[in-house]
Design a protein around this ligand. Structure first.
Ligand SMILES: [Fe+2]
Ligand SMILES: [Fe+2]
Length: 167
């Protein structure tokens, strides 16, 4: 199935396709986070990634609930965007020795992931409401709130790092 397959005809098809996209992405993030936890040197960053790994596993479960409510099979569809974000992060992180620089790169990569998730969930919530699926929208909203909170925490960690360096 192509990225914009002709199987997508109605809003409902687009909603399901985008659910499959973020389902794939969340599963890739579950696979990528253990490596980021291992590489992070700031204990607060390490702990933040650890906590978000738990949350991300729950995001996968929530998506499975949404698929079930909507009466479609839970399955992923390739998402080159998240693959690219993760691949780029691995490339950059692999080249850094300095601890602070490495943590800064990990924070930046993680924020790119969170923003990708935020755009997808924001869209899905709007479409779910449009399709009369407020039940799905409220489940998706719980995840969006956690993605936003994670993004804010990462911003705080980045600012703390900058302040420490400046001191
Ligand atoms: Fe997520
Ligand atoms: Fe996330």
């Amino acid at each position: 199935m192509g990225l914009f397959s002709k199987d997508i005809k109605k809003m409902d098809d687009l909603f399901v396709h985008t659910l499959q996209d973020i389902y794939y992405a969340e599963n890739q993030i579950v696979k990528a986070l253990p490596d980021m936890i291992a590489k992070a040197t700031d204990p607060a960053l390490k702990q933040g990634f650890q906590q978000h790994l738990g949350e991300t596993k729950n995001h996968v479960k929530r998506l499975e609930q949404v698929f079930a409510l909507h009466g479609v099979k839970a399955e992923g569809v390739d998402c080159p965007a998240i693959d690219g974000i993760i691949e780029e992060a691995n490339d950059i992180v692999g080249e850094i020795d300095d601890k602070n620089v490495l943590d800064a790169a990990l924070i930046a990569a993680a924020q790119a992931v969170e923003h990708y998730e935020m755009t997808r969930y924001g869209t899905l919530i709007g479409w779910a409401k449009q399709l009369g699926r407020s039940d799905c929208a409220s489940i998706l909203q719980q995840t969006l709130d956690e993605e936003k909170a994670t993004d804010s925490k990462l911003t705080q960690l980045a600012e703390r790092q900058v302040n420490r360096k400046a001191a």
